[in-house]
Design a protein. Structure first.
Ligand code: NDP
Length: 502
């Protein structure tokens, strides 16, 4: 087994960094260091932690361009796109640091009538050490969704970046060490899948995984050995719906960005579009015009870069071939759009619903566009997937209603991917897209455990939890429960009205 990992530029094949691989012993040592720091960090106040994270935010912000260079070199994405993901990650870091106290801090809750002699409170305490395993497609924004929220909640983090974007992971950990020298608040462990598996087996209190569904299952199985809880942010097959009253030009613009930006290597990228019959042709004309105007390359004018993971090229080729063999049409692109490293935009129309271009995550700059007779059919087809990550709706009148009917963790209405940039919104999916949430209050709570405390302030009127309890107390208790809950249920007399429910 090699003990060095070479990070390559996917556009050129050049080596851009060489790193020593962490084996299981080295991962365990990192987790032990993190545990030491975690107990110190957990003792701090929310304000003290926010102060440190603010300083880190300052470093990230002032050196955005430098970090963007590393992202550009390791993923091949345009520098501007790298800046965009870093800027959004900084927004999230700031939100997490400054909302942790409000979301997680101790608050009193009602103790109820039966135990009114108690004061009840709840707070959310840090778990300790969080292992984070991340993908390569957004090597700053995606792992920071776990890292920033875990740190703000009072944990230390050990991060295993994708082997393709090791340099970005190392850069992130180094930048926090500059702010907080001598503390192992965020460490990066380097390697391939075995290093990730070692992190799953290490003494971590939770494992936050972002990557493919298949690897997510392996991570969950490995973590089960120690009953380590997991957060799984996996793949998607997101749909965009265009209603008959939609702003068709805006919808086509959103579909083009959602499908082609980052070479389609976006977990919440637009992979399928369902368009109302009345606006279908106009939408296809607008989308194809845009698709012809953008190109993949490593030139300065390129709108997106190469396929970061070389083996993904074959997946994209297979999906295009399958769609065309089964009767679909390439309105733009097609098999010739697939090069060795770069794939040009491809728009596939009238694609059979059982084609792999519709059923499997493509993760490339392709999109399918199918006509629907109405939005009921659009919702049905959009939901006919094992994934459930994000979705998009373009509709003037029915945006919110359609959003609710889509089985996905997040929906953008009349815009694309907008939910990811709103730090107060939770991010995550259902089904094969995983479970648990990063971002927002849910994302902070994900890295904590609820601590409930009931403090007796005075002796109870009825002493219930004692062997001294007598029959008189039992009778009083029964009378109180009957008075509280024993009346004929007023609601049960009313007929159920579920007509409005879908
Ligand atoms: P992978 O599942 O291939 O890898 C994810 C991470 O897991 C990598 O760091 C990888 O290391 C590591 N890993 C591999 N094998 C194991 C193992 N046995 N145990 C522990 N860790 C392991 O995903 P990709 O990096 O290819 O990312 C693309 C996928 O991520 C897509 O499916 C995409 O949809 C999804 N994604 C989901 C997001 C979300 O928020 N829901 C956001 C972004 C992407 P190594 O790379 O060294 O093999």
């Amino acid at each position: 087994m090699t003990d060095k990992l070479e990070s390559l530029n996917p556009a050129t094949g050049d080596v851009v960094g060489v790193y020593a691989i962490d084996d299981a012993a080295s991962v365990d040592a990192a987790v032990a260091r993190a545990r030491h720091t975690a107990s110190w960090w957990a003792r701090g106040t929310f304000a003290e932690r926010a102060h440190v994270l603010d300083q880190w935010k300052g470093v990230l912000t002032r050196r955005m361009a430098q970090l963007a260079d590393v992202v550009h070199q390791e993923t091949g994405k345009p520098h501007g796109d790298a800046m965009l993901e870093i800027g959004l990650a900084i927004e999230h870091l700031s939100w997490a640091a400054h909302h942790a106290e409000k979301v997680l801090g101790r608050r009193r809750v009602s103790s109820g009538l039966l135990l009114a002699n108690n004061a009840a409170s709840v707070e959310y305490l840090p778990l300790g050490v969080i292992g984070v395993i991340g993908p390569w497609n957004y090597p700053v924004f995606t792992p920071m969704g776990s890292i920033a929220y875990a740190l703000a909640a009072g944990n230390a983090v050990v991060y295993k970046p994708s082997e393709l974007t090791t340099g970005v992971g190392v850069w992130l950990a180094d930048s926090l060490s500059e702010v907080l020298p001598g503390q192992a608040l965020l460490q990066t462990v380097v390697g391939y899948g075995e290093t990730g598996a070692a992190l799953c087996r290490a003494d971590v209190d939770k494992l936050a995984f972002t990557g493919s569904t298949a690897t997510g299952k392996k991570v969950m199985a490995t973590c089960a050995e120690n009953l380590t809880p997991v957060l799984i942010e996996a793949g998607g097959k997101d749909a965009l719906l265009v209603d008959e009253d939609a702003d068709v030009v805006a919808a086509a613009d959103a579909a083009a960005w959602g499908a082609f930006s980052n070479a389609g290597q976006t977990c919440i990228g637009v992979e399928r579009v369902y368009v109302h019959d009345r606006v279908h042709d106009r939408f296809v004309a607008e989308l194809t015009r845009r698709a012809r105007e953008v190109h993949a390359g490593d030139d300065l004018q390129a709108h997106f870069g190469p396929m970061t993971l070389p083996s993904q090229v074959d997946v994209v080729r297979r999906h295009i071939d399958d769609a065309l063999t089964r009767g679909g049409t390439a309105a733009v692109g097609g098999p010739d759009a697939v090069g060795d490293r770069f794939i040009q935009p491809t728009v596939l129309t009238d694609v059979p619903e059982d084609s792999s271009a519709i059923t499997e995550e493509t993760f490339g700059p392709t999109v399918t566009v199918n006509r629907v007779r109405d939005m009921d059919e659009a919702v049905e087809l959009a939901n006919a997937t094992s994934y459930g990550l994000g979705s998009t709706v373009f509709s003037k009148k029915h945006g919110a209603e359609l959003a609710r009917r889509l089985r996905s963790g997040m929906t953008a209405v009349n815009a694309v991917i907008s939910f990811a940039g709103i730090p107060s919104l939770p991010f995550g999916g259902v089904g094969d897209s995983g479970f648990g949430r990063i971002h927002g209050p849910d994302g902070l709570k994900e890295f904590t455990y609820a601590k409930a405390v009931a403090r007796q302030r005075m002796k109870p009127l009825l002493a219930l939890t004692t062997f001294e309890r007598d029959t008189k107390t039992d009778a009083s208790f029964a009378a109180i429960i009957t008075a509280l809950h024993g009346r004929a249920n007023q609601f049960s007399k009313r007929p159920l009205n579920l007509r409005g429910a879908r």
